[in-house]
Write a protein of this length. Structure first.
Length: 631
C-alpha cells in the first residue's frame, strides 16, 4: 500500500523453437509487459520470420470477410504453437477450401437477407398508399417496359422537390408513413433514362429506392400479403443456406482452424517484438519484482529452454505501475485513476481514500434507511457494474451517520441521535467539516514529504514546503493558544524567508537576497490564502448534510399533512426514492470534487502508465496489429 510494486526489467533468451510456447505460458500467467526492442546491433545473427508472418496476416484478411459465418470456437487444447511452414500450409489449405465452398452460399445468403429486408420495407411503404388507387400489377408490368419505370422511394417531406425538377419526366405522389410522422413514401413513374440520375440524387439525400417485384399484382393490401408470403419463402431459403454453411464449416473443421490461426498470428507478432535469431529469440519487458520467481517457475513448468537476466543494464524507459493494494481497497483506485495513474515513485493515495471518501459521503448523506438502500444496490450491482461496488462502503457509512444524526428515511423521531440532529445544530454541523478538511489537507502535505523522499528531492521539500506545513499546523494551535500558534508560524515564516535570502544572495548578492525575500513573501501569502480557501471548501460537507436533512424533513412534513394512509405511503416512498437518486448523485460529485481539488493538489501528479501484461488472444478474434498490413 501507498507505494506501487517495484518493477524490474527482465531479459529472456529463449530457444527459438519454444518461443511461441513461451509467450503463451507468459500470457496465461499475465506476468510480464513486453516492450519492443530497437537495437542497432543485435547480439546475434538475426533471422527473419517475415515470410511466415505475412502469410498468416494474408490468411487472416481472407478469413475476415467471412468471419460472421464462423461457428463458436472449440475449447483450447494443447498442441504445437509454433507456426512452422507445414502448419501454415495446412491452415492455408483448410481455410482456402472452406472459403471456396462457402463463397457461393454466402453470396446467395446475403442476397436473400437483402431481399427480406427490402420486402419488409416495401410492405411498410404500401401501408401508406390509398387502398383503391394503385394497382401494383400495373407498376410491375411497367417496370418491364423500356420507356418508363415505376419506383417506390422512402424519404422525407423536404425531398419532394427532387421529383418536381422540370428537366426530368417524372410523375409522383407522396404519402405519410403511418408509423413515422417524419417519413414520406413517394410512388410514381419516370422515364427509363431519367431513373438512374433520379436514384443517384435521392441517395445523396439519404433516400431509399425500392424495386417493385414483377410477381406483385392487385391493390396494396393484396400486394402486402404477397410480400409477406415471399418473405416467408425467402426466410426458409435463408435458414436452409445457414444450415448448409454450418455443415460446410463442420466438415472443414473451420472452428479449430480459425482458433489456431488466431493463436499462431498472435504468437508470431508477439515474438516479432523481440530480436529473432537463427537459434534464439530475445524478449524483454517489465515484471513485478515480487513475481519474478513465478515467471521463472512458469517457464520451467512448460519445459521451455531459457536464460533470464533481471535488472538488465540499459535504458528501458519509465517502468509501468502496478498498484499494491489488497482486494478490498482496489475499488477505491477509481478516484486516483480518474486523475491519472501514480508514477512508480509517487504515493498511491488509495488507502487514505478508502477511509475518507466513505466518511465524507456518509456525513452528507446520513440516514439509516437510505444508506441501507445504497448498500443493497451496491451489493446487487457490483458484479455487473464494478463502479457500483463503491456504494457498499458509502451505504455503510450513511447508516453509521444515520444513527449519529438519528434519521431513518428522513424521519428524525424514530431514533434518538447519538450526537445531534443537523437542523437543530446547524453551526456545529457546518463547523466539524473544517477539522476534516484540515486533517485531509495536512495528510496531503505529509504524503508530499514522503513522495519527495522517494523522488530524492527531500531537501527541496524541507526548504520550501516544510515552513508552509508548519504555518498550516499552527492554525489549530492558535485556536487553543493564539500566542503559541502565532509564535510557531512566525518562526516558520522567518526560516522560509531566511532560506530565500541566502539562496538569492548566493545567486545575485544583496539585490538577489532582497528579491528572494520579496518573492518568498508573495508566494507564502498566496499559498496560505489558497490553503485557507481549500480548508473552508470542506464546509460544503456540512451544507449538504443540512440540505439532506431538510429534504427528508420536507418529505415527512408532506406525508404527515396528507391525512390518508395510502397517500402518506406514496409520498414517503417516492420522496425517499428521489432523495436517494438526486442527493446520492450530488453527494458523490461533491466527494469526488473535494478529493481531486483539495487533497490531490498537495502531492498527486498522475503521470504514470498502468501495467499492461501480455494476455492471451480472444478465440476467433484477430490479434491487435503491431505493424502495418502489407500492401
Amino acid at each position: 500500500m501507498f507505494r506501487a510494486q517495484r518493477m524490474v526489467w527482465v531479459d529472456l533468451l529463449i530457444d527459438r523453437d519454444a518461443a511461441h510456447e513461451a509467450v503463451h505460458l507468459l500470457a496465461r500467467a499475465r506476468i510480464i509487459e513486453l516492450r519492443g526492442y530497437d537495437r542497432d546491433e543485435p547480439p546475434f545473427e538475426v533471422a527473419s520470420d517475415a515470410g511466415v508472418l505475412a502469410r498468416l496476416r494474408r490468411l487472416d484478411q481472407d478469413l475476415a470477410a467471412y468471419r460472421r459465418h464462423l461457428p463458436p470456437p472449440p475449447a483450447q487444447t494443447p498442441g504445437a504453437l509454433t507456426p512452422a511452414a507445414p502448419a501454415v500450409a495446412q491452415l492455408e489449405a483448410s481455410i482456402g477450401q472452406w472459403i471456396a465452398a462457402l463463397a457461393p452460399l454466402s453470396r446467395e445468403l446475403r442476397a436473400a437477407e437483402s431481399l427480406i429486408e427490402e420486402y419488409a420495407l416495401l410492405e411498410r411503404c404500401l401501408q401508406a398508399l390509398p387502398s383503391t388507387d394503385y394497382d401494383l400489377g400495373y407498376f410491375a408490368r411497367l417496370s418491364r417496359s423500356h420507356l418508363y419505370a415505376a419506383f417506390v422511394a422512402l424519404g422525407h417531406a423536404g425531398d419532394a422537390g427532387l421529383f418536381r425538377d422540370g428537366t426530368r419526366q417524372v410523375l409522383c405522389n407522396a404519402y405519410a408513413l403511418p408509423d413515422d410522422t417524419q417519413a414520406q413514401v413517394f410512388i410514381g413513374v419516370a422515364a427509363t433514362r431519367d431513373l438512374p440520375e433520379l436514384e443517384r440524387a435521392g441517395h445523396q439525400r439519404g433516400m431509399r429506392f425500392l424495386g417493385v417485384p414483377g410477381e406483385l399484382d392487385g391493390l396494396p393490401r393484396h400486394a402486402g400479403a404477397q410480400l409477406r408470403a415471399m418473405r416467408t419463402a425467402l426466410s426458409d431459403k435463408a435458414r436452409g443456406l445457414r444450415e448448409q454453411i454450418a455443415s460446410v464449416g463442420e466438415q472443414a473443421g473451420i472452428a479449430a482452424a480459425a482458433r489456431d490461426l488466431a493463436r499462431y498470428l498472435w504468437a508470431a507478432e508477439v515474438v516479432g517484438t523481440g530480436v529473432v535469431g537463427a537459434r534464439f529469440v530475445w524478449l524483454g519487458g517489465w515484471v513485478a519484482n515480487a513475481r519474478y520467481r513465478e515467471l521463472l517457475d512458469t517457464l520451467r513448468a512448460g519445459a521451455v529452454p531459457f536464460l533470464a537476466n533481471r535488472d538488465a543494464a540499459g535504458e528501458h524507459g519509465v517502468p509501468p505501475v502496478l498498484l499494491d493494494n489488497p482486494g478490498w481497497l482496489r475499488r477505491f483506485e477509481v478516484f486516483a485513476s480518474a486523475f491519472g495513474v501514480p508514477a512508480h515513485d509517487d504515493v498511491d493515495p488509495t488507502p487514505v481514500l478508502a477511509l475518507t471518501t466513505p466518511l465524507m459521503f456518509g456525513y452528507m448523506f446520513g440516514d439509516v434507511g437510505q444508506g441501507a438502500v445504497l448498500l443493497v444496490l451496491g451489493a446487487l450491482l457490483r458484479h455487473r457494474l464494478p463502479l457500483a461496488a463503491l456504494l457498499v462502503p458509502a451505504g455503510a457509512s450513511s447508516i453509521l451517520f444515520g444513527f449519529v444524526f438519528g434519521s431513518v428515511f428522513g424521519n428524525e423521531h424514530l431514533l434518538a441521535p447519538l450526537w445531534v440532529t443537523p437542523l437543530s445544530a446547524p453551526l456545529v454541523v457546518l463547523g466539524v467539516p473544517l477539522l476534516v478538511g484540515f486533517a485531509l489537507i495536512g495528510t496531503g502535505m505529509l504524503l508530499a514529504a514522503v513522495q519527495a523522499h522517494w523522488q530524492a528531492s527531500a531537501g527541496r521539500w524541507w526548504r520550501r514546503e516544510f515552513p508552509i506545513a508548519v504555518c498550516y499546523g499552527a492554525l489549530p494551535l492558535a485556536v487553543a493558544n493564539w500566542r503559541a500558534g502565532a509564535a510557531l508560524a512566525a518562526l516558520a515564516i522567518a526560516g522560509a524567508l531566511l532560506e530565500r535570502a541566502v539562496s538569492g544572495h548566493r545567486a545575485a548578492g544583496v539585490l538577489g537576497a532582497l528579491s528572494g525575500v520579496a518573492r518568498g513573501v508573495a508566494q507564502l501569502l498566496e499559498t496560505l490564502a489558497q490553503l485557507a480557501i481549500n480548508t473552508l471548501s470542506f464546509v460544503r460537507l456540512g451544507a449538504f448534510a443540512l440540505a439532506h436533512a431538510g429534504l427528508g424533513t420536507a418529505v415527512m412534513s408532506l406525508a404527515g399533512a396528507s391525512g390518508n394512509v395510502v397517500t402518506t405511503a406514496v409520498i414517503v416512498i417516492v420522496g425517499n426514492a428521489v432523495i436517494v437518486a438526486l442527493e446520492g448523485l450530488v453527494v458523490s460529485i461533491q466527494t469526488t470534487r473535494l478529493v481531486m481539488f483539495e487533497f490531490f493538489r498537495r502531492f498527486y501528479t498522475g503521470r504514470g502508465s498502468r501495467f499492461d501484461p501480455l494476455a492471451p488472444p480472444a478465440n476467433n478474434a484477430s490479434p491487435p496489429r503491431q505493424h502495418q498490413e502489407p500492401s
